[in-house]
Design a protein around this ligand. Structure first.
Ligand SMILES: Nc1ncnc2c1ncn2[C@@H]1O[C@H](COP(=O)(O)OP(=O)(O)OP(=O)(O)O)[C@@H](O)[C@H]1O
Length: 672
């Protein structure tokens, strides 16, 4: 999605009366208030002065670069004046050295200028990246659901790169070209204004052509072109991620429609621009510039007949013939700099688009939660652009140390509900509270400290196992990390890693399986020691062996020191894993349709009872079809829980914790 699309998802935050961060509302107006170059240089901070200096040096270099041409002209003039007695041309050597001096000075000035502009460009690009990444950190986590990583990478890294090129190379070159364009008419009209005009005429034609190409249509092309690049980058990233699926099903790139369409879209835009906007003006421009001599020769022939002193005329002609060769170079430079300015302008708008997305609101005097209960009071929430609410007036409370499960049909609103607690999104109406305090009144950092979130699919960083776990609590000692790994049943992982905790994971290191990654993520959550835990289908993708271990780790995670229980809000599709929680909330179509214990809900014969019976059927089907069905299914009268416990014996947050001897199943067995 482009930032423009993100714009359309923005919506007012009823609480604050302004665009919500999650929707992402870049304020383009703000970004157009000042010239792009000045806004860009602002990122360089005090180093912007290097940019001005660099451009000045580049302009001086161009002017110095004219010196050798004048020296050649003087030398030729000297020679022709004494022809054929060449030896009498005594000044030649001086002109030669002078020309060399000018050329050397031009090179030195240009290099010094480039050095300066590079210093400014690097600082500007790195500050831009830092600002954008820093700002991303302040956005609600839900923003990242809506914006693919490829798109963000392209926006931040690509845009910073585009502007870096502008400041480092294009700007000093443009300053040089500008100096050349200012100096050229003076120089050209100085020796023979008629031949000078003949040389300037194609430049005027080229300038008109450039103007035509960079009209409003051309500018809007650059915008569309950049959008097409972002779209290609985003769909390309998704395609690369989906390659295994594509290969397994023997599909080609054409089957990955979005990526294919993005490529087609990109080439269509580039083709249209070339054929509709550039074709004629570009042809005229290049012909005019490269054919300067075509204008010069007829003028020279006309002038030659009326010249009193032919040698002087010939010298002037030689000067214009040589000097006119510089014209295409200067004009091409100027044209490319114009394109780069448009490109950088667009890049800058993308960056400022990200920077102007409203971050999570932070109140001036945040409050600290007084306890570890969590509640929702009449909470409604709609995703930006959605035509019906994902949650509608949801009301419930998880008391401190309580365990509440969210169940319901797919799309019922379970994940949305859980993600409102750590402020992935802010509610449209109602209130989400932790410890009796509205989450919007808690400092976001404090809130993150209160809530540990275990996702369905977790990511590890490309660093050591130690640092991966320590991401949850950077000041934790290696012994504490080891303790968390032990509690998360990760000792088999630690033992098999060649350098234990210091083994690199991910690219360039060791890869872990999905279930192992899940356990390491649980170690993180355990190390974090937050009083509230949100579990989003933590065992969803685990194989039976890993599930046993994950369930054991979950048991540890749900308790703090001394056996006290953390407050747990969990989402589950496997109803067996929630049958023994304190309370089950059934969400259907964004409504809280039922709540109660497992038995109460079964008795109510509503949605939960229907889901349970579907679940029982699915499990008995699995058991009947399992090679071990003889050993387990029919023998256990306790239904699916028992059926699953046959496969996963005596584990889980609601089952026996072998290490502590506690048993939630036993403790809550009566309820079940
Ligand atoms: N990022 C999003 N943008 C727009 N709509 C969304 C987004 N995420 C979820 N929804 C919509 O919100 C509703 C609730 O989705 P949610 O993911 O909370 O349901 P769920 O009960 O967790 O589903 P599942 O069990 O399939 O994971 C659905 O209608 C879904 O289409």
């Amino acid at each position: 999605m482009t930032t423009d699309q993100a714009d359309s998802r923005s919506k007012p935050d009823p609480a604050e009366g302004k665009a919500q961060g999650g929707g992402g509302a870049p304020n383009r107006e703000r970004s157009h208030g000042r010239s792009s170059l000045r806004r860009l240089l602002d990122f360089a901070g005090p180093r912007k002065v290097f940019s001005y200096l660099g451009c000045g040096l580049s302009a001086l270099s161009t002017i110095a670069g004219l010196g050798p041409y004048i020296c050649i002209w003087l030398a030729v003039k000297d020679l022709l004046a004494v022809a054929p007695k060449w030896s009498q041309a005594t000044e030649i050597a001086i002109y030669g050295w002078l020309g060399f001096g000018f050329a050397a000075a031009s090179v030195v000035l240009y290099c010094a200028g480039l050095l300066m502009t590079h210093l400014a460009a690097f600082r500007s690009a790195s500050n831009m990246r830092k600002a954008a990444i820093g700002h991303l950190m302040s956005l609600p986590l839900g923003y990242f659901d809506l914006h693919a990583s490829g798109e963000l990478r392209r926006t931040i890294d690509g845009s910073a790169g585009d502007t870096e090129n502008l400041l480092a190379h294009i700007l000093p070159d443009a300053a040089g070209s500008f100096a050349m364009i200012l100096g050229m008419p003076i120089l050209m009209l100085a020796f023979d204004w008629r031949m000078g005009l003949a040389c300037l005429f194609p430049i005027l034609i080229a300038l008109v052509c450039i103007r035509v190409m960079m009209n409003d249509q051309g500018q809007s092309f650059v915008k569309k072109y950049q959008d097409a690049l972002v779209r290609m980058s985003k769909t390309g990233t998704e395609y690369v991620r989906g390659i295994p699926v594509v290969k397994v099903f023997q599909q080609t790139v054409y089957s990955f429609k979005a990526f294919h369409e993005a490529i087609e879209h990109y080439s269509r835009i580039a083709r249209n621009y070339a054929m509709q906007i550039c074709h004629l003006p570009q042809t005229i421009q290049m012909t005019a510039l490269n054919g300067t001599v075509i204008f010069l020769v007829p003028v020279a022939i006309l002038l030659a007949s009326g010249q009193g002193e032919f040698t002087s005329f010939l010298t002037d002609f030689a000067f214009y013939a040589v000097f006119s060769g510089m014209v295409p170079t200067a004009m091409t430079r100027l044209q490319f700099s114009n394109e780069s300015f448009s490109k950088a302008d667009d890049a800058l708008n993308r960056i400022t688009g990200v920077l102007s997305i409203d971050p999570l609101t932070v109140v001036a005097e945040p409050e600290h939660p007084k306890s570890a209960d969590a509640s929702m009071e009449q909470v409604s929430y709609s995703y930006p652009g959605a035509n019906r609410p994902a949650l509608d007036r949801i009301d419930f409370k998880v008391p401190e140390g309580g365990m509440v499960a969210l169940v319901g049909p797919s799309g019922g609103g379970k994940s949305t509900c859980a993600s409102l607690l750590p402020r992935f999104w802010d509610v449209d109406s109602g209130r989400v509270a932790v410890g009796g305090i509205d989450v919007r009144s808690i400092d976001p950092h404090d809130l993150m400290g209160q809530v540990a979130f275990v996702f369905q699919a977790n990511r590890l960083f490309s660093t050591t196992l130690l640092e991966n776990v320590r991401a949850a609590r950077p000041d934790a000692a290696p012994e504490q990390v080891m303790e968390a790994l032990r509690a998360a049943q990760c000792m088999d992982i630690v033992d098999k890693l060649p350098e234990g905790l210091d083994t690199m994971l991910g690219s360039g290191g060791i890869y872990l399986s999905g279930g192992e990654v899940q356990r390491v993520a649980l170690a993180r959550a355990i190390l974090k020691e937050s009083p509230i835990v949100v579990l989003d289908e933590a065992t969803a993708f685990a194989d039976p062996e890993n599930e046993v271990l994950i369930q054991k780790a979950l048991t540890k995670l749900t308790r703090v020191e001394g056996g006290r229980r953390r407050t747990v809000l969990m989402i589950a599709h496997r109803l067996s894993t929630v049958a023994h929680v304190d309370r089950i909330l059934v969400l259907d179509g964004g409504h809280l349709v039922e709540q109660g214990t497992h038995n109460q809900l079964l008795d109510a014969q509503g949605t939960y009872a229907r889901l349970w019976s579907d679940y029982e059927r699915a499990v008995s089907w699995k058991v009947d079809n399992s090679p071990r069905s003889d050993a387990g299914a029919g023998q256990n009268p306790a239904g699916p829980i028992a059926g699953e416990n046959h496969v996963v014996p005596g584990v889980g947050p609601f089952a026996t914790d072998s290490s502590t001897g506690d048993s939630d199943i036993q403790r809550k067995g009566g309820e079940a």
